[in-house]
Design a protein around this ligand. Structure first.
Ligand code: NGQ
Ligand code: ZN
Length: 471
């Protein structure tokens, strides 16, 4: 909104007007676009008009996979231990952090993180949440206490939330007992359904509750079946997210347990469909890649985390060629930037294949633009909310770029997105809107300073504790 007229909506909140001298609409780029949001924060009208200034409007980017608490570990596990470092050794450090967090700490971390996300261009976050209890498995009072901390953080920051309470039952395939570090994650199936019911009462115009299954390592086939039965009865369109095939060891263990690879296991049971979001799916063979694309499921790719943890490279070209849908996620929060995720998604491919513009296609030759559009559409599906498009009936969630910035000079249409993805940075992002509300102004969220002070105090404390060997 460029100082737009404000109307008082039905619920007493100002409905906003978003304007761009250029705008990325579903049908293509348009000039002089005025978007009216209704009192619920949905787009009531998109019209051509005379617009002053230089703002470029894009749909806000959905973040399809986040573990908010891991923001407190980012950059703190980049030193070599006595043995070989791996995904699995990193995970021990992550468990040590998880053990120390209570609902108040989770709220502090998430509030800061969500302001960072908004400043970086994410307007929705899918929070994959399994820190349900204290380290020893004891309840923080209410079973939903940590989930409610995340709901409060999202409300304070204004970011749109798809909260995925996660079922976590076991330490590994075939019912292995949880390790000490996993005890705070574990829920019995009835407790999980109770948690889902409790959280569904919190749904609103900017909050959707979805289903999280941690991984085939951590949930039993019987529980998957039961959760999906609950879903069919209560909320058939509910998004379902699951980590899958991120590490070769998971593939080997799944083969040993079931005779199938993890993605194959899901496909054999006909589970993935357009409401499913498979997180990572790094290690697939050609057949899994094609079949997963055909299923309509979205794959949430988290390239900065996948690189950080040494996961491997997703078969992007084959998956996109087969019509596969992708989204991006900030996952472990080593990067909180959709631009960096998209850039590294493509760069990983280039480095391995020795060619350029891997994600581009004949129909969409601009690589950055194709990635950006794909991540908007796939991200929207993963969120289970009407986001990712500036169109009537969709959420009025958008970001505004500074069209007068020298880094964008001369760029037209899809080249704008190439410049943004491959050579862009934070200073290009001027505003962010969720449900028509302007949350980021001149690149800054109004809560960033105060949330940053609280987060910094928590990090000081965490660093002191770890230098004393506590985590
Ligand atoms: C997670 N993170 O749940 O935070 C996982 C690690 C696991 C990533 N997969 C734990 N990036 O998968 O067991
Ligand atoms: Zn994850």
């Amino acid at each position: 909104m460029s100082n737009g007229r404000e109307q008082v909506g039905r619920h007493g909140r100002a409905a906003e007007r978003l304007q761009g001298t250029r705008a990325l609409l579903p049908g293509g780029w348009s000039a002089g676009t005025v978007i009216e949001a209704d009192a619920e924060g949905c787009i009531a009208a998109v019209a051509a008009g005379t617009v002053a200034g230089d703002g470029i409007l894009l749909p806000g980017m959905p973040n399809a996979h986040s573990h908010a608490f891991q923001r407190a570990l980012a950059g703190r596990s980049e030193w070599a231990g006595p043995g070989a470092d791996s995904f699995w050794s990193w995970r021990e450090g992550m468990y040590a952090l998880a053990r120390r967090l209570d609902p108040a700490a989770i709220e502090v971390i998430a509030t800061w993180l969500y302001t960072e996300m908004l400043e970086a261009g994410y307007t929705t976050v899918c929070e994959f949440h399994y820190l349900h209890h204290a380290a020893d498995g004891r309840r923080h009072g209410d079973i939903a206490a940590t989930s409610r901390a995340l709901l409060r953080a999202a409300a304070a920051s204004g970011i749109r939330l798809t909260l995925l309470p996660v079922l976590y039952q076991q330490g590994g395939f075939g019912g292995q007992p949880p390790s000490a570090g996993q005890r705070g994650f574990v829920l019995e199936l009835p407790e999980y359904l109770e948690l889902l019911e409790a959280l569904r009462a919190e749904q609103g115009p900017a909050v959707r509750i979805g289903i999280g299954l941690h991984s085939l390592r951590a949930v039993s086939p019987a529980a998957i079946e039961a959760v999906l039965e609950w879903r069919a009865a209560h909320d058939p369109g509910c998004p379902v997210h699951i980590h899958v095939a991120e590490q070769p060891r998971e593939v080997a263990e799944c083969l040993a347990w079931s005779g199938s690879r993890p993605v194959q296991w899901l496909l054999e049971r006909g589970l993935p469909d357009r409401h499913w979001c498979l997180v990572h799916a790094t290690h697939m063979d050609a057949q899994e890649t094609r079949a997963l694309a055909a299923s309509g499921a979205v794959v949430a790719l988290c390239p900065s985390t996948e690189a950080n943890l040494g996961d491997g490279i997703f078969p992007l070209a084959d998956f996109l060629d087969a019509g596969g849908r992708i989204a991006i996620g900030s996952d472990s929060q080593v990067s909180v930037s959709p631009l960096e995720e998209l850039r590294w998604l493509e760069y990983g491919q280039r480095l391995v294949q020795g060619r350029r513009n891997v994600a581009a296609s004949a129909a969409e030759p601009h690589c950055g633009a194709r990635l950006f559009r794909a991540a908007l559409a796939g991200g929207a599906a993963a969120c289970g909310q009407p986001v990712g498009a500036l169109a009537t009936g969709h959420a009025a969630d958008a970001i505004e770029l500074d069209g007068a910035h020298p880094a964008l000079a001369g760029a037209q249409d899809d080249e704008l997105l190439d410049r943004l993805v491959f050579a862009g940075s934070r200073p290009l992002l001027r505003r962010a809107f969720v449900a028509g509300r302007e949350l980021v102004h001149d690149g800054h969220h109004r809560l960033a300073a105060s949330a940053g002070v609280e987060f910094a105090a928590l990090m000081q404390e965490a660093s002191r504790a770890s230098s004393h060997g506590q985590s």
